[in-house]
Design a protein around this ligand. Structure first.
Ligand code: G1P
Length: 296
């Protein structure tokens, strides 16, 4: 029997250069899709998956993340005093509270890579396998981590990564799996390569930001030499462990939006707006007006 997945690690120390100047003072994880910051979607997904402890690997310049994530009793009291108890209650519902929730903030002071960020969480995780969630990969619909945790329990693989098929010309944006067999939702892989050029890519199965990893990944990360971009890559440590613990790619059922890019942010916003009656009519009115403008 495998041990349960009790910890989720959120690497949130990145500089968010692709969204400058929006991310000069605001962490990219706090950029909203409609009215909800990316980090909130990730937390909700982890909670729905039954995660007990959340470890945020942040940066000293990004204290706003902690302020968003944690309950703010002062702000709630102020809202109540101003006759807005409903708003205060809504804020309390989504916030994490140290009395009820198991939350750790730890710092990654230097941008040494995703693998290094995960390693920074080592001393704060509960025993057993760990989940890693990259909040800028927004996955809507069926909770991806929940599906993965279930699949992980019944699979022989020690490492399980979320995967989707991408056009070959896009392999250099992702970790790419070396696929052995692909007969069902869990593909068996022999390894993984970080951002290969299309001609060198072992397949078109790209890894997106959800991982369930055997705890031995921390040992592999510790001895991992810098890889692509001179950074300590999570991909390389997973590839190192693949032969020992087994590596699977999980085809998730939700819809993934690359919210690390402007196009992905816009698509996610439109997708959610289209599902809201009031906002959907804003989109159709707007498109109608634009068309008229173009025709005029
Ligand atoms: C990271 C990982 C990469 C993965 C991607 C998913 O890259 O290093 O293997 O495919 O996330 O979004 P990043 O997009 O942070 O450069």
């Amino acid at each position: 029997m495998k041990m349960p997945v009790r910890t989720a690690i959120f690497p949130v120390a990145g500089m968010g250069t692709r969204f400058l100047p929006a991310t000069k003072a605001t962490p990219k994880e706090l950029l909203p899709v409609i009215d909800t910051p990316l980090i909130q979607y990730a937390i909700d997904e982890a909670q729905a998956a039954g995660i007990e402890r959340m470890v945020f690997v942040s940066h000293p310049s990004k204290t706003a993340i902690e302020r968003h994530v944690m309950d703010d009793a002062k702000l709630r009291a102020e809202l109540k005093a101003r006759g807005k108890p409903q708003l205060a209650e809504e804020l309390q519902e989504t916030a994490l509270c140290p009395r009820r929730d198991d939350v750790v903030f730890t710092m990654q002071d230097e941008p040494l890579g995703l693998g290094h960020a995960v390693l920074c969480a080592r001393d704060h995780v509960l025993p057993g396998p760990v989940a890693v969630i990259l909040p800028d990969d927004l996955i809507l619909g069926t909770g991806c981590l929940g599906e993965m945790v279930d699949a992980y329990a019944g699979s022989p693989m020690g490492h399980l990564v979320a995967t989707m098929t991408v056009p070959r010309e896009e392999t250099s944006k992702y970790g790419i799996l070396s696929v052995k067999t692909a007969t069902d939702r869990v593909l068996a892989a022999s390894g993984m390569v970080e951002k290969p050029q299309p001609e060198a890519a072992p397949s078109c199965e790209a890894v997106v930001g959800r991982y369930v990893l055997d705890a031995s990944v921390f040992d592999d990360l510790e001895s991992q030499a810098p890889g692509a971009g001179g950074e300590i890559q999570l991909t390389d440590a997973i590839a190192t462990g693949a032969a020992r613990v087994g590596l699977g790619g999980f085809r998730f059922s939700g819809m993934r939006f690359d919210c690390g890019s402007k196009a992905g942010m816009l698509r996610a916003t439109l997708h959610l707006a289209a599902q809201d009656a009031e906002l959907a009519s804003v989109i159709s009115d707007f498109i109608g007006e634009e068309r008229k403008g173009l025709a005029a």
